[in-house]
Design a protein around this ligand. Structure first.
Ligand SMILES: Nc1ncnc2c1ncn2[C@@H]1O[C@H](COP(=O)(O)OP(=O)(O)O)[C@@H](O)[C@H]1O
Ligand SMILES: [Mg+2]
Length: 89
């Protein structure tokens, strides 16, 4: 993962922490251009932290995929994924 340009793509991502509680994210798709800065804005409980949790692979999405430079993040090792990203809580 050393020579990434850093395009981040969510493709129809869905996620539920608990099946009974229902989906927290449903059909979420977006594409972040390399080198760009974006803000994820929403009310408390909308799912912003869940998006970052999924990107860091603290959980894996149910449904389609999360891609970096067109490659599914499950194809990278956790170490290389996390070595290439920074999370500021
Ligand atoms: N670990 C968890 N277990 C179960 N439900 C959770 C967990 N974390 C968050 N949620 C629920 O998922 C939804 C989205 O939460 P979150 O992603 O933290 O929202 P935001 O960061 O936008 O405030 C909320 O309904 C929240 O209660
Ligand atoms: Mg949050």
């Amino acid at each position: 993962m050393s020579s990434l340009s850093g395009r981040v793509t969510f493709e129809d991502v869905g996620f539920a922490y608990e099946a009974e509680a229902g989906k927290v994210l449903c059909g979420m798709s977006f594409d972040i251009e390399p080198g760009s800065s974006i803000a994820l804005v929403g009310v408390s409980g909308a799912g912003k932290t869940t998006v970052t949790n999924l990107f860091a692979r603290l959980y894996d999405p149910q449904g389609d995929s999360i891609l970096v430079d067109g490659e599914d993040i499950t194809e990278f090792t956790l170490k290389s994924l996390r070595d290439s990203t920074t999370f500021v809580p």
